[in-house]
Design a protein around this ligand. Structure first.
Ligand code: G
Ligand code: G
Ligand code: NA
Ligand code: MN
Length: 250
């Protein structure tokens, strides 16, 4: 059987789970939230990473159900965390282009009791290019509801600058390909510095992902990033390992 066939039943079978990676302020190394990342515990193939799963889910349309599951699960977990912590959820172009997406988010927030201000929706440049009009509507609705919308993987899309020209974001996340070559590539350093200045000229705070060592962190701090995520601080962890969890719901 192929993965696409297995995927159909995997969600209802409870084979998916979320892991969470801390988002860390550079200023004082405090955690302000967590990014939710899906993992598929396949009964035969073992633990599968999203890189192998998301494309199949997108091509089969199952990403709509999988994405809705991830959103609900992430909000349900976050509602148990210390109330100043946010949760960041990834979205696919297919999800964002559906007119019912903001309604789904609204229902999930109502069901889980999570404050909209604590939910961040991560949008990739690919989403903004494939169905720009629908994504514009979605982003504006989500922001009106009080959510934060984050431009993810900044710099790797076909049209990074166009995306910033045409859409409004609350945060920009620089892709890890740039972070990972800070020490070896002057061009990466130049791109990061420019990306942060660009963000600041729009009054948008900028963070970076994939930070694995202190040298990279120091560069990102000097470049003006406000936050980072990466193995330097923590790999994605299980919900039960989150120290700020199990706070009583407000
Ligand atoms: O955790 P990892 O580095 O393996 O994630 C790989 C990719 O899968 C990342 O680019 C991430 O954005 C994506 N991904 C993880 N979880 C989700 C999810 O719930 N929905 C979507 N659309 N993408 C996800
Ligand atoms: O949504 P996005 O593609 O940005 O997802 C981030 C991915 O990056 C996740 O799959 C996560 O596991 C991975 N990741 C997070 N921190 C690091 C890091 O420090 N190094 C590397 N190589 N990958 C990371
Ligand atoms: Na992401
Ligand atoms: Mn990313």
């Amino acid at each position: 059987a192929c993965l696409a066939a297995d995927l159909k039943t995997a969600i209802s079978d409870g084979q998916f789970r979320l892991v969470f990676q801390p988002l860390v302020r550079i200023r004082d190394r405090s955690v302000y939230g967590y990014e939710a990342l899906i993992r598929w515990q396949h009964p035969v193939k073992g633990l599968l990473n999203p890189i192998d799963v998301i494309p199949i889910a997108e091509n089969t349309g199952l990403i709509v159900d999988l994405g809705a599951w991830a959103l609900r699960e992430a909000c349900r977990e976050a509602a148990t965390w210390r109330p100043d912590l946010s949760v960041s959820v990834n979205t696919s172009p297919v999800q964002l282009s559906r007119s019912d997406f903001p309604g789904l988010v609204e229902a999930v927030l109502a069901d889980t009791g999570l404050d909209p201000e604590r939910l961040e929706i991560e949008v990739t440049e690919t989403s903004t290019i494939e169905t720009p009009d629908k994504v514009t509507v979605a982003i504006n609705k989500l922001r009106t509801m009080g959510l934060k919308v984050v431009l993810d993987d900044f710099g790797t899309g076909y049209s990074s600058l166009n995306t910033l020209q045409n859409f409004t974001f609350d945060k920009i996340k620089i892709d890890r390909v740039f972070t990972q070559s800070i020490e070896t590539d002057a061009r990466s350093r130049a791109i990061i510095r420019s990306a942060v200045l660009l963000g600041h000229s729009f009054k948008i705070p900028v963070l970076a992902e994939g930070v694995e060592n202190e040298r990279q962190l120091r560069f990102l701090k000097e470049a003006g990033c406000f936050a980072v995520q990466g193995y330097l601080f923590s790999k994605p962890i299980n919900a039960l390992q989150i120290p700020e969890a199990a706070f009583p719901k407000r």
